[in-house]
Design a protein around this ligand. Structure first.
Ligand code: 5AD
Ligand code: SF4
Length: 449
């Protein structure tokens, strides 16, 4: 076994997945090897999430599992990266004796140093936040594949009152447009077919006057066969220019993740979301006009402090009006240090559970109806591989990120595009027949049906 075997587990958002690849890039450059097996490792790192309490509880559970390994192998270094490291800092080391290393999201460059500290039997702590760190010059380590995550900005300045992210990831800063485009060129050459640009609020991207629409255009121009997705958009900053850019480029997916959080203006104000439902609905209408096939997804929080039944019903009403393709739905979880933490968490647990389940049931119904309405329609699918249930079927995703299952054929290769006709649908999956297989190469791929 190599002395420098690292095992990393990642929790939380896509940003953390992208950060783990940056961490692996840094460690590989410093002579470390990545192993897929915790038992083979002499360093175990957990890239963590603090956004809700249950995310943190899962990590504590995982630390419990690793305790056994550490007892068997006393030299094993266990480290916490990411938002929990930043939030709890040295408390983590004091409370959890098995933790040797605590490194926050802006200190990954110094991980090799902190690891050396830990190898010497001391505790390594790096939790300074930075106003400038973007890891611009670090090449993330990625296995070959079709889809890549790429963070284009870090941090968040929005300070929604429930959210811990501005405290754990610090101030907003953008990576340079040129380095992002260069990275996409490399990914294209390696055969990647889809890139998702990531940021807590991509719409405030700014690189010396280039805004997010400019960045999207530049990324889409790299390779017409490469799909470009992005997340997350804050409803306050979604510009017309961005909508026209999405509409104007075939390979930018017509899909916008636009978290509404609540349907009540009173609650939005308490959340410091800085828009009204009227503004939000106006944006949705405008986006539908400018991008005819656009679909939306959202984030919703049930049971924010002070949320009444009336507020909750307003959230359900917005869901009915927008008809989201998908939603990430959560129970409010108080986070220490945020403004909302000081508000009384006055919605009883059983009410939160009930409201959340009503929200989930409604979304399920809407997703089912939307998918049913696609029956008979044609969609372009990026082929990802065999379906999970049978090797007689292939699976891929549509422009609006829906999973489609269709019969296998020798002509269809992983990473190619096919046109399919939908013949059946559940709330989570489309079933389809293949209409046309596009050639593997050739610049003139039509990405719209
Ligand atoms: N409680 C519940 N959900 C939260 N989110 C962020 N903070 C909290 C919290 N304290 C949700 C929001 C955000 C998503 C990433 O997580 O909906 O958009
Ligand atoms: Fe958190 Fe709001 Fe920033 Fe999103 S926009 S990361 S919810 S503070």
């Amino acid at each position: 076994m190599s002395k420098n075997n690292i095992y990393i587990e990642t929790y939380g958002c896509q940003m953390n997945l992208a950060d783990t690849e940056i961490v692996m890039g840094i460690l590989k450059n410093n002579g470390y090897e990545i192993t897929q097996n915790a038992e083979d490792a002499n360093v175990i790192l957990i890239n963590t999430c603090s956004v809700r309490d249950n995310a943190e509880q899962r990590i504590y559970g995982r630390l419990g599992n690793f305790k056994t390994l550490k007892t068997e192998k006393p030299g094993l270094v266990v480290g916490i990266l990411g938002c929990m490291a930043e939030r709890l800092k040295k408390d983590l080391i004091e409370e959890k004796k098995i933790v040797d290393l605590v490194v926050g999201p802006d200190e990954y460059r110094r991980l090799p140093e902190y690891l050396n500290v830990a190898f010497n039997g001391e505790k390594g702590i790096g939790v300074k936040l930075s106003r400038t760190e973007t890891y611009d010059d670090i090449t993330p380590y990625r296995e070959d594949g079709l889809q890549a995550w790429l963070s284009v900005m870090r941090g968040c300045d929005k300070f929604c009152t429930y959210c811990v992210v501005p405290f754990t990831r610090g101030r907003e800063r953008s990576r340079s447009l040129d380095s992002i485009v260069e990275e996409i060129k490399v990914l294209s050459k390696r055969g990647f077919r889809e890139v998702t640009l990531l940021g807590q609020n991509v719409n405030s991207y700014n690189d010396n006057g280039s805004d997010f629409a400019d960045l999207l255009s530049a990324c889409a121009a790299v390779d017409p066969k490469m799909r470009i997705r992005f997340t997350t958009s804050h409803p306050q900053d979604l510009s017309d220019k961005l909508l026209y850019t999405i509409a104007g480029k075939e390979n930018i997916c017509n899909y916008i993740h636009l978290p509404v959080q609540s349907g009540s203006n009173r609650i939005l104000k308490l959340m410091n979301r800085t828009y009204t439902i009227e503004h939000y609905m106006g944006l949705i209408e405008k986006a539908k006009k400018i991008i005819p096939d656009v679909s939306f997804s959202t984030d919703i929080i049930a049971g924010f402090p002070g949320e009444t039944l009336e507020d909750h019903l307003m959230t359900l009403e917005v869901m009915r009006q927008v008809r989201y393709d998908g939603a990430y739905m959560f129970k409010y979880s108080p986070r220490e240090g945020t403004k909302a933490y000081k508000m009384e968490d006055d919605v009883p647990e059983e009410t939160k559970v009930k409201r959340l389940s009503e929200i989930i049931d409604l979304q399920q119904k809407i997703s089912h109806e939307l998918n049913q309405s696609l029956i008979g329609k044609e969609e372009i699918v990026l082929v990802e591989g065999f379906s999970r249930k049978s090797i007689e079927f292939l699976s891929g995703r549509t422009d609006s990120n829906k999973v489609a299952i269709f019969p296998r054929s020798e002509k269809i290769k992983e990473g190619s595009y096919v046109k399919v006709r939908i013949n059946g649908a559940t709330s989570g999956t489309l079933f389809a027949d293949v209409v046309e297989v596009y050639p593997e190469t050739g610049e003139n791929l039509h990405l719209t049906a």
